[in-house]
Every structure is written in structure tokens, then in C-alpha cells.
Design a protein around this ligand. Structure first.
Ligand code: FAD
Length: 316
């Protein structure tokens, strides 16, 4: 008997990128080139982060307005519990819907430097944010007219640093799915097998939403250590050792992107549901990484293009 395809097998591979709202005019001036390049790849969506450093949701919304005015990219707005109380978030959600956002990434948010907790009146966790977005969807006239929102959440192949272990990570992911998440993007990770393990465990736990691996380009040893800090993971010695004989910065960059491309190809071999690239707003690194991936026989331009966008509000 032929095995029946699961919902996951029927999915086409998704392609997406993450960008950060510019923090200065100088940074903003460099963005049109990056956006034009990403637009040429027809990704499923462009995720726009939100944080204190880039003006919270004002920064996210302003950048999204620029993106939709100048490209055909579909923005996915990051929404964080750290950005405000439920009452403060609601008008921002409406505003983002008004500028054409049809998708959100619901995350708790990184704590601002020196803080280790949320103010008491904020939603505590991302699952509550998913619930809030699904509630808004049924109340907001623009949503009712334009159709279902796409809601993503975060997943952790190597575990969330505050969690008690893989069981808690899975329980939390299951809660996010139950509350209405459509897909998850993973935190960066160093071991492709960790992604395969997450997929296997998730499947056993009844989690069927796509788990899209987040790919962060390694450009030098310093970036590796930054990745370790961001993810709360120890950087494997064998990765650091690969840079031992890099004579200069250009050689280190080549080695780093080669490692990233190997890692990405291995994750795709594990059956990844797509690829999500953290760009750090860096055009040349993104281009070089995609070239290194091409050299490994992985061409993101061969991913099937997404269906045509459904714009809201409709253009006049
Ligand atoms: P949660 O799901 O709330 O989990 C946080 C911790 O609480 C975990 O240990 C979890 O096990 C536990 N937990 C979760 N739910 C419950 C519950 N109901 N009861 C008890 N415990 C619970 N940060 C930003 O500030 N801005 C961004 O734009 C941003 N974008 C990101 C994009 C991606 C793809 C990823 C992976 C992360 C991003 N982050 C961003 C970082 C993210 O905010 C941090 O990783 C944060 O520490 C956790 O976010 P979360 O949504 O996973 O939180």
C-alpha cells in the first residue's frame, strides 16, 4: 500500500526573508537595492522585525508602508508582547491591516537590555498573541472582506533557553498551533539534525503546521559567536575550527558562507518545508549566500512562485 501523503508533503516549499526597519537615514538609503533584489526572487513574504531599537511598531509600520509602495513584496509584520499591552497593540494591528499587512509573526519579543520580564499588564506569551490576532480577524471589517490572516510563530530546534526541555518546547508549539498559528519559523541552530528531530517530535505530537528553518549567514567567527549569544547555544568547536586557516577577512567570509550553504542544503535534505533567510539588511551577503547555495545545487529561484497576491486595501 502506497503511503498517503500527509498535509506537509503536499506543501510547496516556501521562500521568505527577514529585514529590519532602518534605524537611520544612512541605513534607509541602502535598502532599495536589497528590496529590489528580494522582489526579483518572488518570495512568499518579507518578514519585518519589531523592536525597541527600531521604533517598535511605528518603525515596522513605516518600513512596511515603504515596502508596499515600492515593491510587490508581501510584508509579514512581527508583533511582540514586549511592544505594548493588549489595548496598546490593538490599534497597531488595525493600522498594519490598513497598510496592507495580511500576515503576522507573533513572538513574545526579546527583553530590552537589563530586563528579564515583561511589565505585568502585557500578554505573557506568543500563544496569547496568536489568540488575540485570531480574535481581531473576526472583528475587523477589513479582515472579513480580505480573508484569513497568515499567522506565524517561533520554534526552537535546539530548545528555547528559558524552557525546561524539549517537552515544554513541543507543548508550547502545540498551544500556538491550537490557538491558530499557520506556520512556524525556527530560531537559528547549528546542527541540521536538530531540525530533523524537531520535525519528528512535532509530527508525533500532532503538530502539522510547516516548520520553516531560519537561516542566518555566517560571515566570520564573530558572527558565529553572535549567533550563539542570540540563540543561547554553545557554538560547536568544529565550526570555529573551520576558520583556523582563514588568512584574511575575505577568506573567512568565503568559509562562513560555505558552512551556511552546507548547513542549508543538509536541512533541505531533511525535508524542510521551505527556507527563511535572516538578511540583516545586507544585500551582498544575501546574494553571495544564494550563489554559494546555487553551487550546492540549491536554487531558490527554482522554488515554485507563490500564488498572486491578494491586496488589501485594493489598489485604486
Ligand atoms: P514564547 O512562545 O512566549 O516562549 C518564551 C518562553 O516561555 C519559552 O521558554 C516557552 O517555553 C515559555 N512559554 C511559552 N508559552 C508559555 C505559556 N503559555 N505558559 C508558560 N510558559 C510558556 N524578538 C523581537 O524582539 N522582535 C522580533 O521581531 C523577533 N523576531 C523573531 C523571529 C523569529 C523567527 C524568531 C525565532 C525569534 C524572533 N524574536 C524576535 C525573538 C523572540 O522574541 C525570542 O526568541 C523570545 O525569547 C521568545 O519568543 P517566543 O515567541 O518563542 O516566546
Amino acid at each position: 500500500v502506497e503511503p498517503q501523503p500527509t498535509a506537509r508533503h503536499r506543501l510547496r516549499r516556501a521562500l521568505s526573508f527577514e529585514v529590519i526597519p532602518p534605524r537611520s537615514e544612512k541605513q534607509a538609503a541602502r535598502l532599495p537595492g536589497l528590496l529590489k533584489f528580494l522582489d526579483s526572487l518572488s518570495p512568499d513574504y518579507l518578514a519585518v522585525t519589531s523592536s525597541a531599537n527600531s521604533g517598535w511598531l511605528q518603525g515596522t509600520a513605516d518600513f512596511i508602508a515603504d515596502i508596499t509602495a515600492t515593491t510587490s513584496l508581501r510584508p509579514l509584520a512581527h508583533l511582540t508582547c514586549t511592544a505594548g499591552t493588549e489595548a496598546e497593540l490593538l490599534p497597531w494591528i488595525d493600522h498594519l491591516l490598513g497598510v496592507g499587512v495580511r500576515g503576522f509573526l507573533a513572538v513574545r519579543g526579546d527583553f530590552p537590555a537589563g530586563e528579564s520580564n515583561l511589565p505585568p499588564e502585557h500578554l505573557r506569551h506568543a500563544d496569547a498573541l496568536v489568540q488575540l490576532l485570531r480574535r481581531v480577524e473576526t472583528d475587523n471589517v477589513a479582515c472579513l472582506a480580505a480573508g484569513r490572516l497568515g499567522i506565524g510563530v517561533a520554534a526552537y530546534p535546539s530548545g528555547h533557553p528559558e524552557s525546561t526541555g524539549p517537552e515544554e518546547d513541543l507543548d508550547v508549539l502545540a498551544a500556538k498551533q491550537r490557538n491558530g498559528a499557520d506556520f512556524a519559523i525556527t530560531q537559528l541552530f547549528f546542527d541540521p539534525n536538530a531540525y530533523a528531530r524537531l520535525r519528528r517530535r512535532a509530527e508525533h505530537a500532532g503538530i502539522t503546521i510547516p516548520l520553516i528553518p531560519g537561516i542566518l549567514p555566517i560571515t566570520d567567527v564573530r558572527r558565529l559567536h553572535t549567533m550563539g549569544r542570540l540563540s543561547g547555544l554553545a557554538v560547536p568547536d568544529h565550526l570555529i575550527a573551520r576558520f583556523d586557516h582563514a588568512g584574511d577577512a575575505a577568506a573567512a567570509r568565503r568559509i562562513g558562507l560555505e558552512i551556511t550553504a552546507e548547513h542549508t542544503a543538509a536541512i533541505l535534505d531533511q525535508g524542510a518545508d521551505g527556507l527563511h533567510f535572516y538578511t540583516f539588511n545586507d544585500l551582498s551577503t544575501t546574494e553571495e549566500l544564494l550563489t554559494a547555495l546555487d553551487d550546492k545545487g540549491v536554487s531558490v529561484s527554482s522554488f515554485p512562485p507563490p500564488p498572486p497576491p491578494r491586496r488589501w486595501p485594493p489598489s485604486t
